[in-house]
Unconditional design. Sequence first.
Length: 388
Amino acid sequence: MQNFVFENPTKIIFGQGSIAKIGSEVKRFGNRVLMVYGMGSVRTSGVYEQVLNSLKEAGVDVVELPGVKSNPMLSKAKEGIALARAKQVDAVLAVGGGSVIDTAKTIAAGAKADHDPWEFFVYSKTVKSALPVLVVLTLSASASEMNPAAVITRDETCQKFSVRSPLIQPKTSILDPEALYTLTPSYTAYSAVDIVTHMLEGYFTNTEPGESPLQDRMVYAFMRTLMEATEKSLADPRDYDARANFMWSGTLAFNGLPVAGMGVVGFPVHMIEHSLSALYDIAHGAGLSIVLPGWMTWSATKNPARFARLAREFFGVAEADDAKAAAAGIAQFKAWFSAIGSPVSLKEGGIPEGDIGKIADNAVELARTWRLKDYTKEVIVEVLQHCR
């Protein structure tokens, strides 16, 4: 196990009825909040009314920014920044999933900056100050509710980049599993894929020598729980325990805990997928279920032992040959993605195979920004060839 520092200051309030507590949490940071939400599902689910009632009871003035779409755009964040400044809000409240939370984080940092917020995402500027961010979670996938990262797409260039700063990490996140009851089967599946990918990228990309059995087994436990909860949630969307296990697994999967002690890790699958969702507006999780098996197939040729270990310990594959065991494990993940209704090829995702070069051109820019120096255009093309 490698040396590490683990610090996670987000306060989690978890459970049935917990949305009613958001007003008092926001009140700790001021009297006026910018409430950011999506395209209307929070209204139909009843979450909007619960949040608004809690804020009003706490005496918090509410400024609203609706309309954040899946694969959030920088232009919407800039609209929120202008609104936050004009209304002099004290905090930003995200009511939604990762797209809404990441937009809120961008607004929180941008409202305190005197430059284009895109500079945060290309690392030419660092976040020096930010408004407090709070969350009411309605879609579990990105773990943005308990981490310091945000992802946004620049409209003009279709670049989907990320920023990390402890200053944009949520102060409080409300996690009520009942908020997931109205989640569609598709987005339940896509969310599960995102959560699995977060864990597997950490598991496979650590480059430091040494064993991390505790972390490995943590990944197995989180994934097994998540996969069981996904199947139960698809069978009965109002299964509270299934939704609760799904929600908490998603948060823990990418809050720094599973990779603690694993050394340096990277996120090449997310890097490549960001180009799919930026260029084709495909759901992020759907893009990941296309890229992950292809990347695993490509990567397993370079390190079959690690992939074979997962296959044997997680799926119980008995094959002695590492390459064959690795292939069997990858096939199991691919089959599970298909079983829950997520696409596993470019063709199934409606993405032309002839666009592989175009996708790679877009992805290599993010690879350079993230310093994934081994991922040249040629390598990314090779990975995508396994995703057809």
